[in-house]
Design a protein around this ligand. Structure first.
Ligand code: SAM
Ligand code: SF4
Length: 332
């Protein structure tokens, strides 16, 4: 079978596929969605398990995708997740498989996901203080996340990574505390700068906590030195903590963009290809899929979708416009 990569006009090749399995969620993180939730996608618009697997198969076999990360919304809400993981892990060449999750319910599902072939998990956790967790996510579920993290480690879904967003006036003083908590439990912590992807459009460049501030705060308690491992296309800039071997990462999407090394492409739950988180255009694969297109045609449409990928997200440009869909509907 012919494998022709997902190349854009700047010479970047996408090999890391982020698949959103649902736009629904059981938390309401304030930097992501409003308290009342959003208008969820109608069921018939969401790809079926077979459709998702077919697109992933085309990505792996014909387009050179090597990593598949399931996200959402909350991917653990997708009933067919273990089966989708199993069928993805059975592809050849076998892609690396992972999920980005809020970990609610992971304490029950981690063993089945590991058995299905899931390699790793990234768990989103912004604070280890119960009240602040409830403030940020609008749900009192910290205990579930902690149980989910423990179950992920026990199931061998390692290294378990933790993603944290710091919000001014809420948890911005907790970076060292969160790092210590993660180090004690063997979780690899990465801070993510808050991005203009919230459904409410309340993000503010002046309000956001920058990578610089996060590192300064961590340095009050830890010695940080640039990690030796090469960064490659990884979004996180890594630092060895207190001489290593543990590291902490900062994903400075806003203040230190890494678009030039981007190797990612996204598929929404309703079958749209997005060549960038911040893209304002999408390419509809679902209509082609349901209209009877064969795998070659879908692969061609996917390749064409990459040609419109811009050099950078342009958040700092005066002409920047936030994408119409929020992060939860794109797949973070
Ligand atoms: N529900 C899952 C979770 O929370 O891990 C997966 C989807 S969530 C949209 C993926 C990641 O995006 C999470 O780590 C979350 O913290 C992050 N995120 C959501 N909104 C964000 C924003 N406005 N800026 C930066 N990161 C954001
Ligand atoms: Fe849900 Fe993840 Fe958004 Fe939080 S960040 S509301 S867990 S989709």
């Amino acid at each position: 079978m012919r494998t022709e990569p997902l190349l854009d006009t700047f010479g970047r090749v996408a090999t890391d596929l982020r698949v959103s399995l649902t736009d629904r969620c059981n938390l309401r993180c304030s930097y992501c969605m409003p308290a009342e939730g959003l208008d969820w996608l109608p069921g018939e618009e969401v790809l079926t398990d077979d459709e998702v697997v077919r697109l992933i198969t085309i990505g792996v076999e014909r387009l050179g995708v090597r990593e598949v990360r399931f996200t959402g919304g909350e991917p653990l809400l997708r009933r067919g997740l273990p089966d989708i993981v199993r069928r993805t892990a059975a592809l050849r060449p076998r892609p690396e498989t992972s999920i980005t999750t809020n970990a609610l319910g992971l304490s029950r599902t981690a063993p089945a996901l590991a058995e299905a072939g899931l390699d790793r998990v990234n768990v989103s956790l912004d604070t280890v203080r119960r009240e602040d967790f409830a403030t940020i996510t609008r749900r009192d579920r910290l205990h579930d996340v902690v149980a989910g993290l423990e179950a992920a480690t026990a199931a061998g879904l390692t290294p378990v990574k933790v993603n944290a967003v710091l919000l001014r006036g809420v948890n911005d003083g907790q970076a060292p505390e969160l790092l210590r908590w993660c180090l004690e439990r063997g979780y690899a912590l990465r801070f993510i700068e808050q991005m203009p992807l919230d459904a409410q459009h309340q993000w503010s460049r002046l309000e956001m906590v920058t990578a610089e501030e996060i590192l300064e705060s961590l340095r009050t308690e830890f010695l940080l030195e640039p990690a030796e491992e090469p960064r490659g296309s990884a979004p996180a800039e890594l630092f060895a903590v207190d001489g290593g071997p543990h590291t902490v990462g900062v994903i400075a999407s806003v203040t230190r963009p890494f678009c030039g090394d981007c190797d990612r492409v996204r598929l929404t739950a309703d079958g749209q290809v997005r060549n960038c988180l911040f893209a304002r255009e999408e390419s509809d694969l679902r209509t082609a899929l349901r209209g009877g297109a064969d795998d070659d045609e879908i692969a061609d449409r996917w390749r064409v979708a990459m040609l419109g990928k811009r050099a950078g997200h342009g958040i700092d440009d005066t002409s920047f416009l936030q994408p119409v869909r929020p992060m939860s509907a794109i797949g973070g």
